[in-house]
Ligand binder design. Structure first.
Ligand SMILES: [Ca+2]
Ligand SMILES: [Ca+2]
Length: 233
């Protein structure tokens, strides 16, 4: 009986881990001197919990009253490993991604190296705010309410919308099908050129008629004058 209950608790524990949960994902660069550059902050559903590392570097999330809502750790790597030369090359920055369970109670975050604060900021200002404006940290991927497809927002959407997404490389957007990757010749310009050509033809035809009439009129006046001159002789 006790074994069955233990097994049930064990199963429930793993079911809880496997259930999708909402997470905030923060991507940023950190320099060796501790300078932080936030690159992307999104909230999305994830299927599994990441195994966290324990490090002196961490991000603490807090509510509007400054109460801690949890800490996630990260380990920056200030080096690259060259497999060809089998050497480690030191670099002065590291790109980091931190994932933490999301709650709409999270208002601010603090990035720290042990107790030293490297960056303290408002989290909500980086998230999709549904204000009909594609703001700096929003993209079509996670904020399609504000960001339309086909525009530069740091995300290649590959949507067939007759717009070559400038964020797409290697022709990942079928709308970018020209050899130089600059995209389709826009339909708008094709229509405009056709209209311009038709207008030019109509103007030319009209002008030819006017000039023809004038020449005929001048010819008639000349003939009339010549006839009058002949009568006078
Ligand atoms: Ca917005
Ligand atoms: Ca497109």
């Amino acid at each position: 009986m006790i074994k069955s209950i233990t097994n049930l608790i064990f199963v429930l524990f793993f079911i809880q881990i496997a259930v999708a949960y909402s997470a905030v994902e923060m991507d940023f660069d950190i320099k060796t001197d501790g300078e932080i550059s936030i690159k992307d902050v999104v909230v999305r559903d994830l299927g599994i919990l990441d195994v966290e590392v324990v490090s002196e570097y961490n991000v603490e999330f807090m509510d509007s009253d400054g109460n801690s809502l949890g800490i996630s750790y990260f380990e920056p790597k200030f080096y690259v490993h060259s497999t060809e030369l089998d050497i480690v090359i030191p670099i002065d920055f590291s790109s980091v991604s931190v994932v933490h369970p999301y709650s709409n109670r999270i208002e601010t975050f603090v990035i720290k190296n042990e107790d030293k604060i490297l960056l303290e900021d408002n989290l909500q200002k980086y998230l999709c705010n549904q204000n009909q404006i594609c703001d700096e940290f929003e993209s079509y991927e996670f904020c399609s309410d504000d960001c339309r497809s086909g525009y530069e927002d740091g995300y290649c959407d590959s949507v067939e919308d007759d717009l070559c997404d400038p964020d797409c490389v290697l022709q990942l957007d079928s709308d970018c099908n020209s050899d130089d990757g600059s995209g389709k010749f826009p339909l708008f310009w094709i229509v405009l050129i056709v209209i311009a050509v038709i207008a030019a033809l109509l103007i030319y035809k009209f002008w030819s008629k006017v000039v023809g009439r004038t020449e005929n009129s001048d010819e008639g006046i000349r003939e009339e004058t010549e006839r009058e001159d002949q009568y006078e002789y």
